[in-house]
Design a protein around this ligand. Structure first.
Ligand code: NAD
Ligand code: DAU
Length: 353
């Protein structure tokens, strides 16, 4: 079936994998990628698909309600996959406001435009909101996040995402807008901006720079290969039940310090360094304020209802990820100059002291 689909944040990390999957798998769809190209947006992530005739890029800001209205009028979207967001917890701690405006107001602008444009009824329409497991708060040593776990966001980032989730559900209950939501755990893979733990560590190891570990490195995250997240998004978009929420996770918990040691061993091998060379770069720095201890997703619902399970083992995914960064040094070099250097100095030099 022909459809016109809006993907927001398609120049970012996860968004670019979703755009790639949709453009390649559904040539009958028109895919419109809307992205403001903030520091995190990078059209280089899409050079393998951007020449396809079914793909269109629109530069624009979801905070601009008039622009969003006009875009919806122009394309008459059948479906929306909403990924655009400010996504980095540390940045939300130093500058929360951008998170409030983009993640909350930007989401409401999209919901309003969808309501306005789908005047002839909501049949065959879908507003899919992509969210995070961080809305559930922080776990102790045991237990998992379920779809019915109460919200308990603890950083400006997670509070802004929680707020957007509530608004999406409110538009479903109040106006009958057809929505679906997913809450996913930590993604890793190609094209992730090197402010996040894994690409930051890969880049620092490559350049023999200190690997900053917050606190004691005991915090736990549940890691999922980004291509598996994109596969799950495809399934939920096409087969998910309207009004429902699905948790997505890797069943793959790692303490930060163990993950970094695993990464160091892979890097030593790939860079033909003596074993232990990369590990010697590990440097403990001041902890993140309000650092959530542990996230872990129970992804039984999406497995039972839609048949989704992760396809890759973590070590295989990590190897592929390292290979991608080592083979795409130019991509990294273009990012880690200018503004990135300023961000890095502010974030880490002051923390180290
Ligand atoms: P990212 O920071 O890599 O990309 C975000 C994209 O949104 C960028 O291309 C940026 O230019 C764009 N953007 C930001 N503000 C915008 C605005 N005002 N208007 C239009 N575009 C704007 O983020 P990501 O890691 O790819 O995350 C994508 C989505 O998935 C986010 O909603 C995030 O909350 C969610 N998520 C991320 C993870 C993860 O581990 N990275 C896990 C679960 C959920
Ligand atoms: O859980 C899903 C979330 O995962 C997403 O919603 C967010 O968008 C995404 O950024 C990610 O959030 P985290 O805060 O978990 O990811 P980050 O890569 O920033 O940090 C992972 C862990 O590593 C966390 O415990 C903090 C720690 N860390 C991070 C950095 C950047 C360090 O120890 N040192 C670092 O330099």
């Amino acid at each position: 079936m022909e459809k016109t689909i809006l993907i927001t944040g398609g120049a970012g990390f996860i968004g670019s994998h979703v755009v790639r999957l949709f453009v390649n798998k559904y040539p009958e769809y028109k895919i419109v990628n809307l992205d403001a190209l903030t520091y995190a947006g990078n059209l280089e992530n899409l050079t393998d698909v951007d020449q396809k005739s079914s793909y269109v890029f629109e530069k624009g800001d979801i905070r601009d309600a008039d622009f969003i209205d006009n875009l919806f009028t122009k394309y008459q979207f059948d479906g929306v996959l909403h990924l655009a967001a400010e996504s980095h917890v540390d940045r939300s701690i130093s500058d929360p406001m951008a998170f409030i405006t983009t993640n909350i107001i930007g989401t409401v602008n999209l919901l309003n435009s969808a309501r306005k444009i789908w005047t002839e009824g909501f049949e065959n329409k879908l507003f899919y909101h992509i969210s995070t497991d961080e809305v559930y708060g922080s776990l102790g040593e045991e237990g998992f996040f379920f779809e019915y776990t109460g919200y308990d966001p603890r950083s400006p980032y997670s509070a802004s995402k929680a707020s957007s989730d509530h608004l999406v559900r409110a538009y479903y209950h109040t106006y009958g807008l057809p929505v679906v939501l997913t809450n996913c755990s930590n993604n890793y893979g190609a094209n992730q901006f090197p402010e996040k733990l894994i690409p930051l560590a890969i880049n620092n190891i490559k350049n023999m720079k200190p690997i900053p570990i917050y606190g004691k490195g005991e915090n736990i995250r549940d890691w999922l290969y980004v291509v598996d997240h994109a596969r799950a998004i495809d399934m939920v978009f096409h087969e998910g039940k309207i009004g429902e929420t699905y948790n997505i996770g890797g069943h793959n918990e790692w303490q930060n310090i163990d993950l970094i040691k695993e990464l160091c061993a892979i890097m030593d091998r790939k860079l033909k360094r003596e074993a232990g060379t990369s590990e010697s770069l590990i440097t403990y720095v001041k902890d993140r304020a309000g650092h959530d201890l542990r996230y872990a997703i129970d992804a039984t619902k999406i497995k039972d209802e839609l048949g989704w399970v992760p396809s890759l083992q973590f070590t295989e995914g990590l190897e592929k990820t390292v290979d991608w960064y080592l083979n795409n040094q130019e991509w990294m070099n273009r990012i880690v100059s200018g503004d990135y250097e300023k961000y890095y100095k502010k974030q880490y030099v002051t923390r180290d002291s």
